[in-house]
Design a protein around this ligand. Structure first.
Ligand code: FAD
Length: 275
């Protein structure tokens, strides 16, 4: 019995936050008044000679803006409109500023085809992936692409191959465990046996990834992978991530346009690539 998976699922599980005490202490020490969307952070901010009145309380956007402003000693000076400020950062490709904010995701319902491509993105990310050595693949889900499912003969071939691979996996686990039983401890035996047996599992096998990425890395990922040239599975993940990020930080991801593709999926496009 194959557990068929059809769509990847992306869960946002962590986001940047502000430490208000730290902001207050810094701006007090600098003598700059700070209020966050009308809420005073420092004492009587409007009385300070320099005063930063933010128009957003979006932590990620404020952190990036503060990182940018520190470069030019611009607290209480220059642009204070967040959209305009971060738009200029993106346009001028001052991308290192976007590395200060990281989001955490869990990606499920995606295959090892997807994960092999996903983990090629190294800069600005952290990855923890479900282990095929510790976790049994006996009953794991298998990702079935719609182009295979839509063709009855192709679907039959796929089901036969996947079921055969899962049966071979179970048989190898059993045979190899018999060889090792009594020679090594039980935990090591299970790990060793699954380690060898996984070699017959299909690329369609579902995996789980905990993924963290900063805003700069996220933008690059979206550009490379929410593209019509990318594989359909990773493209779907990248488009889901972009939609999440456009809600999370509109001033960091609002420049992307989503375009419908003939196969019913979408791709993303921006005028400001590789920030
Ligand atoms: C449509 C498509 C087809 C592909 N086909 C293939 C294929 O056939 N075979 C294959 O092997 N791969 C393929 N890839 C993967 C591709 O080559 C990259 O490995 C992958 O997209 C990760 O992107 P990145 O190299 O920009 O790395 P990221 O880790 O996302 O890095 C982001 C950026 O940081 C910089 N950077 C990161 N690491 C370094 C470094 N070590 N030194 C200097 N600068 C660095 C670079 O500017 C890089 O663009 C494909 C990707 C796509 C989107």
């Amino acid at each position: 019995m194959i557990t068929v998976i059809r769509e990847p699922r992306v869960y946002l599980v962590g986001r940047p936050s502000l430490v208000t005490e730290g902001w207050k202490a810094f701006f007090d020490d600098e003598g700059v008044g700070l209020s966050i969307v009308g809420e005073p952070v420092t004492e009587s901010p409007e009385k300070s000679e320099l005063h930063w009145e933010t128009d957003t309380d979006n932590a990620a956007e404020l952190l990036c803006m503060a990182a940018g402003k520190i470069c030019y000693d611009a607290f209480g000076k220059g642009r204070s409109d967040t959209g305009e400020y971060l738009g200029n950062i993106i346009e001028s490709k001052h991308g290192s500023v976007l590395e200060h904010v990281t989001w955490n995701f869990i990606i499920a319902g995606a295959s090892r085809v997807f994960s092999h491509e996903h983990v090629r993105h190294r800069a600005g990310v952290a990855i923890s992936q479900r282990s095929q050595r510790y976790v049994s693949e006996s009953a794991s889900g298998q990702v079935l692409l719609s182009m295979i499912e839509d063709n009855p003969e192709a679907k039959r071939v796929w089901e036969e191959a996947v079921a055969g691979a899962q049966a071979a996996y179970d048989k190898l686990v059993q045979l190899l465990a018999e060889d090792l039983r009594g020679h090594i401890d039980k935990t090591l035996l299970v790990k060793t046996v699954r380690s060898a047996a996984r070699s017959v599992m299909p690329n369609a096998t579902e995996t789980y990834i905990f993924w963290s990425a900063n805003a700069r890395a996220l933008r690059h990922y979206v550009e490379m992978r929410a593209s019509e040239h990318a594989d359909i599975e990773i493209r779907k993940v990248a488009v889901q991530i972009l939609k999440i990020m456009q809600r999370e930080a509109p001033n960091l991801f609002g420049d992307y346009r989503l375009i419908d593709l003939p196969d019913g999926t979408q791709e993303a496009s921006t005028d400001h690539t590789k920030v």
